[in-house]
Design a binder for this molecule. Structure first.
Ligand code: AMP
Ligand code: GLY
Length: 414
């Protein structure tokens, strides 16, 4: 099988790596890819969000399967263009990707499907914002109604800051605050059948102990020992299947990766958000534990025959990944910082998220999240220790990481 992966970040490197390990895969291509994917796949300088360019590339490569990494190509209709051209694509149509692209649409689907989530109000001006803040009380949760790469959400006790964020966007969704640890559940679906991956936890804030602004994610681990055992089954029944059914009713079936962002509250799991693609960096922590061949599962989902698989299998190790970001992130990250990487080991590998080669061929920082150090181990402690030990051997003076990824889980403080 020839597979084309779209995107250039850490998630795409991790997806391409797992796809390359599937025995049916003969060639992996990535567009545009990064220096990490170039080591084992063929990169193509094509804009992943350009439906015509992507379709042409997939045809030229005789790709059997296209796997869309980020949300932008989905919202731009890349999956629609590929399916019109008769090319199997893992990723939802633009209409179905609105589950991620519009917070207001997602809320409406959840309401219609009876999915447990935070109560919410759509606001467009000062009066409606004031009314929503009065109704829900602090902390205030204000979400930009559009794609914002994880940075359009403000959660604050400061009513003025909440108002400023609300007035700074055309349309926002104001929500009831959900109290409880978060979990990310990824579900592979062909629109009807659905298979959950092992849940992971992401670290959204930039600083230790969840301080500072939201980011795209600073690290992740899996499995979640603290998660009540029936949670995944419960979420499949109360969230995933009703949502897929509602999307079919709307005439926009959702096929691809449904990312269910959950808050595990005292009243049970509640949906914080849906995304229409794999999460980053949770994907980096989870995929090394997956033992089911990934390309075959994604192909089955893309061609409507996911029921050929009964379940996804995971080995009983733990995975931890830690993001090395460039100074300044999530504001304006410093670009061009030199990086020297040690060799990967049997249990640790480095994923490229925002790197480039300079004119002399040196590896340099080229984004906010630059590297993702991924470790597996017999338990969370072993994986975590291996990840942080490896980071010490990476030479990247402009980089920083959170020191507390997976720490509370190990200390049983969740
Ligand atoms: P979102 O883009 O909707 O995932 O929001 C980003 C982050 O903001 C989430 O991962 C949560 O940490 C936080 N957040 C979003 N909605 C809520 C909510 N209703 N209650 C508490 N925290 C929230
Ligand atoms: N890790 C959060 C996200 O991918 O949106």
């Amino acid at each position: 099988m020839t597979v084309l992966v779209l995107g250039s970040g850490g998630r795409e490197h991790a997806l391409a790596r797992a796809i390359a390990a599937d025995p049916v895969v003969a060639a992996v291509h990535v567009a545009p890819g990064n220096p990490g994917t170039a080591a084992f796949a063929t990169n193509h300088p094509v804009d992943a969000a350009d439906p015509v360019a992507v379709t042409t590339l997939a045809r030229d490569l005789s790709a059997d399967l296209v796997v869309v990494g980020p949300e932008a190509p989905l919202v731009a209709g890349v999956a629609d263009a590929l399916s019109e051209a008769g090319i199997a694509c893992f990723g939802p149509s633009a209409a179905a990707a609105q589950l991620e692209g519009s917070k207001a649409f997602a809320k409406q689907v959840m309401t219609d499907a009876g999915v447990p989530t935070a109560r919410a109000l759509v606001c467009t001006d000062r009066a409606s914002l004031d009314a929503a803040f009065d109704s829900f009380g602090a902390p205030y949760v204000v979400k930009h109604d559009g794609l914002a790469a994880g940075k359009g959400v403000v959660v604050t006790d400061d009513r003025e800051a909440a108002m400023t964020h609300g007035l700074g966007c055309d349309r926002v969704v104001v929500e009831e605050f959900l109290d409880g640890p978060e979990a990310s559940l990824f579900v592979i679906t062909d629109g009807i059948h659905a298979l959950p991956l092992q849940p992971a936890q992401d670290f959204k804030r930039v600083g230790e102990n969840d301080e500072g602004p939201n980011t795209g994610g600073m690290g992740a681990y899996s499995p979640l020992g603290w998660l009540p055992e029936n949670t995944v089954a419960e979420v499949m029944t109360s969230v995933v299947h009703p949502t897929l059914a509602r999307m079919r009713e709307l005439g926009t079936p959702f096929a691809g990766l449904l990312y269910v962002g959950l808050a595990i509250t005292s009243k049970g799991p509640r949906v914080v958000e849906f995304n229409a693609r794999f999460g980053d960096p949770e994907t980096e922590a989870v995929l090394p534990l997956l033992t089911t061949p990934l390309a075959q599962v994604l192909y089955a989902a893309a061609t409507g025959v996911l029921d050929r698989f009964e379940a996804l299998d995971f080995d009983d190790r733990s995975g931890v990944c830690v993001v090395l970001a460039a100074d300044g992130y999530p504001g304006t990250p410093r670009k061009g910082g030199m990086i020297t990487l040690p060799a990967d080991t049997e249990t640790v590998h480095v994923i490229h998220a925002g790197t480039a080669l300079d004119t002399e061929g040196h590896l340099v920082a080229a984004g906010g999240r630059v590297l993702v150090v991924v470790a597996t181990g017999d338990d969370l402690t072993a994986a975590r220790d291996a990840a942080y030990a490896h980071i010490k051997t990476i030479d990247f003076p402009d980089g920083f990481c959170r020191p507390d990824i997976a720490r509370k889980a190990i200390q049983k403080q969740i």
